[in-house]
Unconditional design. Structure first.
Length: 215
């Protein structure tokens, strides 16, 4: 019987958190909760929250805590999270992590996927997304089986505005300043495991699963 996993995935934008979240979700049968995907859905739908978040995302800044925390609180209250979950993109700051503690959320594992800034900038230039269903691909590391179309729904794939190199550099600066301190926060709790991102996706996945097995 697999243990209950309530996991936080850390790592810079483009480090591969979303892909690893999908692998872990499939293996353990728990939902992968991406705040980035939820916010992008709101932007596409033109909701009030989406409109307010759009200007922050397009310049590589963080969406305000009160917006993100509200989204997460509602999502974790849903029934599919009772057996565990994966958080990808939250918390992004130490105050957000403290807010998670205050919500009474018990985290079992924290994994940080480490990739250099230079490799991330190269990686994100090749990323493709499906605006219809939210599936993500990479032209080198995780290509769609349908080429320039989504392997899930067949829609044409696009390049996100925040994958532009100048925006990526801005996002990396924000990560190092505001999100990387979470590694110390969770290391002090004895929860942090480091996974060095590999060139091959399957190698990173193997290291990620090993980190979970050794928790």
């Amino acid at each position: 019987m697999k243990r209950t996993i309530r996991l936080i995935l850390l790592g810079a934008p483009g480090a591969g958190k979303g892909t690893q979240a999908e692998k872990i979700s499939a293996e353990f049968g728990i939902p992968a909760i991406s705040t980035g995907a939820i916010i992008r859905e709101a932007i596409a739908a033109g909701t009030e929250m989406g409109k307010s978040a759009k200007s922050y995302i397009e310049r590589g800044a963080l969406v305000p805590d009160e917006v993100v925390i509200g989204i997460i609180k509602d999502r974790l209250a849903e029934s599919d999270c009772e057996g565990g979950f994966i958080l990808d993109g939250f918390p992004r700051t130490v105050p957000q992590a403290a807010a998670l503690d205050e919500m009474g959320v018990s985290i079992t594992d924290v994994i940080s996927i480490e990739v250099s800034d230079e490799r991330i900038i190269e990686r994100m230039g090749g990323r493709r997304v499906c605006k219809k269903c939210g599936a993500t691909y990479h032209v080198v590391f995780n290509p769609s089986p349908k080429g320039e179309n989504c392997g899930v729904c067949g829609e044409a794939l696009t390049i996100r505005a925040d994958d532009d190199p100048a925006v990526v550099r801005s996002r990396l600066d924000v990560y190092h300043e505001q999100t990387e301190p979470l590694k110390d926060f969770y290391a002090k709790k004895g929860l942090l495991k480091i996974v060095e991102g590999q060139e091959k996706l399957e190698d990173t996945t193997a290291l990620t699963f090993k980190a979970l097995e050794n928790a």
